[in-house]
Design a protein around this ligand. Structure first.
Ligand SMILES: [Zn+2]
Ligand SMILES: [Zn+2]
Length: 301
Protein backbone atom coordinates (compact mmCIF):
# COMPACT_ATOMS: atom_id res chain seq x y z
CA UNK A 1 0.00 0.00 0.00
CA UNK A 2 2.75 2.37 1.02
CA UNK A 3 4.76 1.54 -2.11
CA UNK A 4 1.71 2.29 -4.25
CA UNK A 5 1.28 5.66 -2.57
CA UNK A 6 4.93 6.55 -3.19
CA UNK A 7 4.70 5.49 -6.83
CA UNK A 8 1.62 7.65 -7.29
CA UNK A 9 3.31 10.60 -5.64
CA UNK A 10 6.45 10.20 -7.72
CA UNK A 11 4.34 10.05 -10.89
CA UNK A 12 2.45 13.16 -9.84
CA UNK A 13 5.59 15.13 -9.08
CA UNK A 14 7.21 13.95 -12.29
CA UNK A 15 4.33 15.52 -14.15
CA UNK A 16 5.04 18.85 -12.51
CA UNK A 17 8.77 18.78 -12.90
CA UNK A 18 8.95 17.66 -16.48
CA UNK A 19 7.77 21.06 -17.57
CA UNK A 20 11.41 22.10 -17.40
CA UNK A 21 13.02 19.01 -18.90
CA UNK A 22 13.02 20.15 -22.51
CA UNK A 23 14.01 23.75 -21.80
CA UNK A 24 15.31 25.22 -25.02
CA UNK A 25 18.82 26.65 -25.22
CA UNK A 26 19.36 30.38 -24.80
CA UNK A 27 18.25 32.25 -27.89
CA UNK A 28 20.79 33.79 -30.23
CA UNK A 29 22.05 37.09 -28.90
CA UNK A 30 24.35 38.65 -31.52
CA UNK A 31 24.62 42.00 -29.74
CA UNK A 32 25.30 40.45 -26.36
CA UNK A 33 22.01 41.83 -25.12
CA UNK A 34 21.21 39.17 -22.60
CA UNK A 35 20.67 41.92 -20.10
CA UNK A 36 21.87 42.31 -16.57
CA UNK A 37 21.05 39.48 -14.21
CA UNK A 38 19.71 39.96 -10.74
CA UNK A 39 16.54 41.49 -9.32
CA UNK A 40 14.88 43.81 -11.79
CA UNK A 41 14.11 46.86 -9.70
CA UNK A 42 12.33 48.43 -12.68
CA UNK A 43 9.61 45.83 -12.07
CA UNK A 44 9.99 45.16 -8.37
CA UNK A 45 10.15 48.77 -7.16
CA UNK A 46 7.97 50.51 -9.76
CA UNK A 47 4.82 52.32 -8.56
CA UNK A 48 2.87 50.00 -10.88
CA UNK A 49 3.55 46.60 -12.38
CA UNK A 50 1.52 46.53 -15.57
CA UNK A 51 0.41 43.17 -16.89
CA UNK A 52 -1.21 42.64 -20.28
CA UNK A 53 -3.01 39.34 -20.74
CA UNK A 54 -3.70 37.82 -24.16
CA UNK A 55 -5.93 34.84 -24.90
CA UNK A 56 -4.95 33.00 -28.09
CA UNK A 57 -7.47 30.67 -29.77
CA UNK A 58 -9.75 30.81 -26.75
CA UNK A 59 -7.19 29.47 -24.26
CA UNK A 60 -7.30 30.95 -20.75
CA UNK A 61 -6.24 30.24 -17.19
CA UNK A 62 -8.84 30.18 -14.46
CA UNK A 63 -9.68 33.46 -12.78
CA UNK A 64 -8.89 31.87 -9.42
CA UNK A 65 -5.36 30.95 -10.56
CA UNK A 66 -4.78 34.49 -11.75
CA UNK A 67 -6.06 35.99 -8.51
CA UNK A 68 -3.93 33.75 -6.33
CA UNK A 69 -0.73 34.25 -8.37
CA UNK A 70 -1.16 38.01 -8.70
CA UNK A 71 -1.74 38.27 -4.94
CA UNK A 72 1.57 36.43 -4.41
CA UNK A 73 3.40 38.62 -6.92
CA UNK A 74 1.95 41.76 -5.34
CA UNK A 75 3.40 40.75 -1.99
CA UNK A 76 6.89 40.79 -3.57
CA UNK A 77 6.76 44.23 -5.19
CA UNK A 78 6.49 47.84 -4.07
CA UNK A 79 3.72 48.99 -6.37
CA UNK A 80 0.29 47.79 -7.32
CA UNK A 81 -0.57 45.49 -10.18
CA UNK A 82 -2.57 46.93 -13.05
CA UNK A 83 -4.02 44.21 -15.25
CA UNK A 84 -5.45 44.72 -18.70
CA UNK A 85 -6.64 42.34 -21.39
CA UNK A 86 -5.54 42.57 -25.02
CA UNK A 87 -8.12 41.76 -27.68
CA UNK A 88 -8.33 37.95 -28.00
CA UNK A 89 -6.43 36.54 -30.95
CA UNK A 90 -7.28 33.75 -33.38
CA UNK A 91 -4.26 32.20 -35.13
CA UNK A 92 -4.07 29.34 -37.65
CA UNK A 93 -3.86 25.98 -35.86
CA UNK A 94 -3.15 22.36 -36.74
CA UNK A 95 -5.60 19.51 -36.24
CA UNK A 96 -4.42 18.88 -32.67
CA UNK A 97 -4.97 22.53 -31.76
CA UNK A 98 -1.26 23.51 -31.67
CA UNK A 99 -0.42 26.74 -33.44
CA UNK A 100 0.61 26.32 -37.07
CA UNK A 101 3.58 28.67 -36.65
CA UNK A 102 5.72 29.76 -33.65
CA UNK A 103 3.89 32.32 -31.53
CA UNK A 104 4.78 36.00 -31.84
CA UNK A 105 3.16 38.69 -29.71
CA UNK A 106 1.18 40.83 -32.17
CA UNK A 107 2.69 44.28 -32.67
CA UNK A 108 1.19 45.47 -35.94
CA UNK A 109 -0.83 44.33 -38.91
CA UNK A 110 0.48 43.47 -42.37
CA UNK A 111 -1.60 46.32 -43.78
CA UNK A 112 0.23 48.83 -41.62
CA UNK A 113 3.51 47.73 -43.22
CA UNK A 114 2.04 47.92 -46.71
CA UNK A 115 0.60 51.37 -46.12
CA UNK A 116 3.80 52.57 -44.48
CA UNK A 117 2.29 53.54 -41.13
CA UNK A 118 4.68 50.98 -39.64
CA UNK A 119 8.24 51.00 -41.02
CA UNK A 120 10.87 48.24 -40.77
CA UNK A 121 14.38 49.67 -40.45
CA UNK A 122 17.76 47.91 -40.36
CA UNK A 123 19.76 48.85 -37.28
CA UNK A 124 22.59 46.27 -37.49
CA UNK A 125 23.21 45.06 -41.06
CA UNK A 126 21.43 41.78 -41.69
CA UNK A 127 21.01 41.04 -38.00
CA UNK A 128 18.80 43.50 -36.17
CA UNK A 129 15.79 45.46 -37.38
CA UNK A 130 13.30 47.75 -35.71
CA UNK A 131 9.64 48.37 -36.45
CA UNK A 132 8.47 51.92 -35.80
CA UNK A 133 5.06 53.53 -35.81
CA UNK A 134 5.91 57.20 -36.22
CA UNK A 135 8.58 58.00 -33.63
CA UNK A 136 7.70 55.02 -31.46
CA UNK A 137 9.66 51.78 -31.83
CA UNK A 138 7.11 49.01 -31.34
CA UNK A 139 9.19 45.87 -32.05
CA UNK A 140 12.77 44.63 -32.48
CA UNK A 141 13.61 41.78 -34.81
CA UNK A 142 16.75 39.65 -34.75
CA UNK A 143 18.17 36.91 -36.93
CA UNK A 144 18.48 33.42 -35.47
CA UNK A 145 21.33 31.01 -36.19
CA UNK A 146 19.01 29.19 -38.57
CA UNK A 147 18.58 32.34 -40.64
CA UNK A 148 14.99 33.00 -39.60
CA UNK A 149 13.85 36.17 -37.88
CA UNK A 150 12.26 36.52 -34.47
CA UNK A 151 10.25 39.64 -33.65
CA UNK A 152 9.71 40.81 -30.08
CA UNK A 153 7.52 43.67 -28.90
CA UNK A 154 9.06 46.74 -27.28
CA UNK A 155 7.32 47.67 -24.03
CA UNK A 156 8.00 49.94 -21.08
CA UNK A 157 10.28 48.45 -18.38
CA UNK A 158 7.49 47.81 -15.86
CA UNK A 159 5.25 45.79 -18.19
CA UNK A 160 4.85 42.01 -18.37
CA UNK A 161 3.01 40.51 -21.35
CA UNK A 162 1.35 37.15 -20.72
CA UNK A 163 0.03 35.09 -23.65
CA UNK A 164 -2.06 31.97 -23.05
CA UNK A 165 -1.65 29.84 -26.17
CA UNK A 166 -2.71 26.24 -26.96
CA UNK A 167 0.78 24.92 -27.86
CA UNK A 168 3.67 26.57 -29.63
CA UNK A 169 5.22 24.24 -32.23
CA UNK A 170 8.66 25.71 -31.41
CA UNK A 171 8.57 24.21 -27.88
CA UNK A 172 5.49 21.97 -27.62
CA UNK A 173 6.45 20.24 -24.36
CA UNK A 174 7.10 23.34 -22.28
CA UNK A 175 4.33 24.45 -19.96
CA UNK A 176 5.63 27.98 -19.65
CA UNK A 177 8.34 30.23 -21.01
CA UNK A 178 9.76 33.58 -19.90
CA UNK A 179 11.80 36.00 -22.02
CA UNK A 180 13.25 39.36 -21.18
CA UNK A 181 12.25 42.01 -23.68
CA UNK A 182 14.46 44.86 -24.85
CA UNK A 183 14.27 48.49 -25.89
CA UNK A 184 16.61 50.93 -27.60
CA UNK A 185 17.70 53.90 -25.54
CA UNK A 186 20.20 56.49 -26.79
CA UNK A 187 21.70 53.98 -29.19
CA UNK A 188 22.07 51.24 -26.59
CA UNK A 189 19.81 48.23 -26.18
CA UNK A 190 18.50 47.69 -22.68
CA UNK A 191 16.46 45.15 -20.81
CA UNK A 192 12.81 46.23 -20.77
CA UNK A 193 9.79 44.28 -19.56
CA UNK A 194 9.02 40.62 -20.04
CA UNK A 195 7.07 38.19 -22.17
CA UNK A 196 5.54 35.07 -20.60
CA UNK A 197 3.94 32.39 -22.76
CA UNK A 198 1.82 29.69 -21.07
CA UNK A 199 0.88 26.61 -23.12
CA UNK A 200 -2.61 25.77 -21.92
CA UNK A 201 -2.99 22.48 -23.81
CA UNK A 202 0.33 21.21 -22.46
CA UNK A 203 -0.87 22.13 -18.96
CA UNK A 204 -4.14 20.30 -19.46
CA UNK A 205 -2.29 17.20 -20.72
CA UNK A 206 -0.01 17.12 -17.68
CA UNK A 207 -2.65 17.61 -15.01
CA UNK A 208 -4.07 14.50 -13.36
CA UNK A 209 -5.77 13.21 -10.26
CA UNK A 210 -2.70 14.00 -8.13
CA UNK A 211 -1.74 17.42 -9.51
CA UNK A 212 -4.75 19.39 -10.59
CA UNK A 213 -4.84 21.72 -13.53
CA UNK A 214 -5.32 24.63 -11.12
CA UNK A 215 -2.17 23.71 -9.17
CA UNK A 216 -0.21 23.43 -12.40
CA UNK A 217 -1.56 26.77 -13.62
CA UNK A 218 -0.54 28.46 -10.37
CA UNK A 219 2.84 26.76 -10.25
CA UNK A 220 3.81 27.58 -13.84
CA UNK A 221 2.48 31.15 -13.83
CA UNK A 222 4.25 31.93 -10.53
CA UNK A 223 7.46 30.28 -11.81
CA UNK A 224 7.49 32.51 -14.89
CA UNK A 225 6.69 35.67 -12.89
CA UNK A 226 9.60 34.79 -10.59
CA UNK A 227 11.87 34.76 -13.66
CA UNK A 228 10.49 38.19 -14.62
CA UNK A 229 11.29 39.60 -11.15
CA UNK A 230 14.89 38.43 -11.51
CA UNK A 231 15.53 35.98 -8.66
CA UNK A 232 17.68 34.20 -7.62
CA UNK A 233 20.64 36.57 -7.18
CA UNK A 234 23.05 34.76 -4.86
CA UNK A 235 25.46 32.76 -7.08
CA UNK A 236 25.60 29.82 -4.65
CA UNK A 237 21.83 29.45 -4.92
CA UNK A 238 21.62 29.97 -8.68
CA UNK A 239 21.22 26.93 -10.91
CA UNK A 240 22.12 27.69 -14.53
CA UNK A 241 21.64 25.16 -17.29
CA UNK A 242 20.61 22.85 -18.71
CA UNK A 243 17.35 24.69 -18.17
CA UNK A 244 16.80 28.05 -19.76
CA UNK A 245 17.42 30.94 -17.38
CA UNK A 246 18.52 31.04 -13.75
CA UNK A 247 16.74 28.76 -11.28
CA UNK A 248 16.86 28.35 -7.52
CA UNK A 249 18.60 25.42 -5.87
CA UNK A 250 16.10 25.24 -2.97
CA UNK A 251 13.65 22.41 -3.62
CA UNK A 252 10.76 24.09 -1.79
CA UNK A 253 11.03 27.08 -4.18
CA UNK A 254 8.68 27.56 -7.13
CA UNK A 255 11.85 28.23 -9.15
CA UNK A 256 13.40 24.81 -8.49
CA UNK A 257 13.76 23.31 -11.97
CA UNK A 258 14.40 19.60 -11.56
CA UNK A 259 12.85 16.32 -10.52
CA UNK A 260 15.17 14.60 -8.05
CA UNK A 261 15.09 13.19 -4.55
CA UNK A 262 15.18 16.70 -3.06
CA UNK A 263 12.11 17.90 -4.96
CA UNK A 264 10.33 14.61 -4.18
CA UNK A 265 11.03 14.96 -0.47
CA UNK A 266 9.98 18.58 -0.49
CA UNK A 267 6.83 17.61 -2.42
CA UNK A 268 5.95 15.09 0.29
CA UNK A 269 6.51 17.63 3.04
CA UNK A 270 5.23 20.83 1.44
CA UNK A 271 3.14 19.88 -1.61
CA UNK A 272 3.51 21.32 -5.10
CA UNK A 273 5.66 24.48 -4.77
CA UNK A 274 3.58 27.60 -5.41
CA UNK A 275 5.70 30.16 -3.53
CA UNK A 276 9.22 31.52 -3.68
CA UNK A 277 11.59 30.29 -0.98
CA UNK A 278 12.57 32.56 1.90
CA UNK A 279 15.94 33.31 0.28
CA UNK A 280 14.39 34.50 -3.01
CA UNK A 281 11.81 36.56 -1.10
CA UNK A 282 14.60 38.07 0.98
CA UNK A 283 16.45 39.17 -2.16
CA UNK A 284 13.32 40.86 -3.47
CA UNK A 285 12.79 42.62 -0.11
CA UNK A 286 16.38 43.79 -0.20
CA UNK A 287 15.92 45.20 -3.73
CA UNK A 288 12.76 47.05 -2.66
CA UNK A 289 14.62 48.50 0.32
CA UNK A 290 17.57 49.60 -1.81
CA UNK A 291 15.26 51.27 -4.34
CA UNK A 292 13.42 53.10 -1.55
CA UNK A 293 16.73 54.31 -0.12
CA UNK A 294 17.85 55.53 -3.56
CA UNK A 295 14.54 57.32 -4.09
CA UNK A 296 14.87 58.93 -0.64
CA UNK A 297 18.41 60.15 -1.26
CA UNK A 298 17.60 61.60 -4.70
CA UNK A 299 14.50 63.41 -3.41
CA UNK A 300 16.25 64.91 -0.36
CA UNK A 301 17.81 68.36 -0.90
ZN1 LIG B 1 12.15 28.29 -15.49
ZN1 LIG C 1 14.19 30.31 -4.30
Amino acid sequence: MRRGWWSALCAALACVACRVAPHSPESVDPLGLGGSRGVRSELVAAPQLRITRLSVNGRELSQRSWERVLARVEREITGEIVLDDAAPLELPARGDGALAAPFEWPTHGAEELLLGSVVRREIVPGTWFEYARGAEVIALESATQEGTFVRKPVVEPQRVLVAIVPRDPASPELLGLHERLMRLEEGAVRDSGSLIVIQADALAARSNWFVSRRQLEEHVLMHEFAHALGVPVEPQRTWRGPHRGAHCTRPECVLYPALDWRSLLSGVLNGVPLELCDACRGELAQARGAAATRAGSTSSP
